[in-house]
Design a protein around this ligand. Structure first.
Ligand SMILES: NC(=O)c1ccc[n+]([C@@H]2O[C@H](COP(=O)([O-])OP(=O)(O)OC[C@H]3O[C@@H](n4cnc5c(N)ncnc54)[C@H](O)[C@@H]3O)[C@@H](O)[C@H]2O)c1
Length: 177
């Protein structure tokens, strides 16, 4: 017996091609949800979607998505709503970690982590809220889950920049609609 019954739910999982995102997609599918995986890695994402579709029996699809791009979010949410018949769950999982001691930190690496981890998460909230709110193209309300990290609150060696971005995600409930 599944711990959660998510039959009828329609979810988009970012960064779902592999790793934690793929496991989240699988868990949602096993609980009865229909799932779209959004990722920059199209080949791996399509393979994962096909594998999960077979292993869970649920509808699991793939949509190309670079979470740092506003236009890509608009296309991905529209494609999800079209293919699943709605959208009521977004898991903002896509994230990157570039390690460096503070004395060696590189500005471009910091900006890239901010872009994917913080900008990507907030753009996801924007497009999910627009889609799920009353009158929106999905319009049934729903839930947004943002994946932060224990590194948001605990200091570890060589990931100060990553920790800063995950602290921002950890504070996302303060980002009022
Ligand atoms: N692995 C850990 O120990 C750990 C611990 C705490 C939190 N997290 C967080 O969990 C999430 C997943 O981590 P993981 O270990 O599975 O990482 P991973 O590198 O294995 O997978 C990340 C996925 O995100 C995708 N991605 C990267 N940039 C993207 C972008 N711009 N747009 C769309 N997709 C993009 C990648 O293609 C990949 O499929 C991240 O947010 C990470 O910070 C991981």
């Amino acid at each position: 017996m599944e711990q959660f019954d998510l039959k009828g739910r329609k979810a988009l999982v970012t960064g779902g091609a592999r790793g934690i995102g793929a496991s989240i997609a699988e868990t949602l599918a096993r609980a009865g949800a229909q799932v779209m995986i959004g990722d920059v890695m199209a080949d791996v994402g399509q393979e994962t979607a096909a594998r999960l579709s077979t292993s869970t029996g649920a509808k699991v699809g793939f949509v190309p998505l670079d979470v740092t791009q506003d236009d890509a979010w608009a296309s991905a949410t529209a494609a999800t709503i079209k293919q699943l018949g709605g959208l009521d769950t977004l898991v903002n999982n896509a994230g990157i970690e570039i390690t460096s001691l503070v004395v060696d930190v590189n500005g471009d690496d910091l900006r890239r982590m901010l872009d994917v981890n913080v900008v990507g998460t907030l753009l996801g909230m924007k497009h999910a809220f627009r889609a799920m709110r009353p009158g929106g193209p999905a319009g049934q309300g729903g839930a947004v889950v943002n994946i932060a990290s224990v590194a948001a609150t605990i200091a570890f060696p060589a990931i100060a920049g990553y920790s800063a971005t995950k602290s921002a995600v950890d504070r996302a409930p303060c980002w009022r609609p």
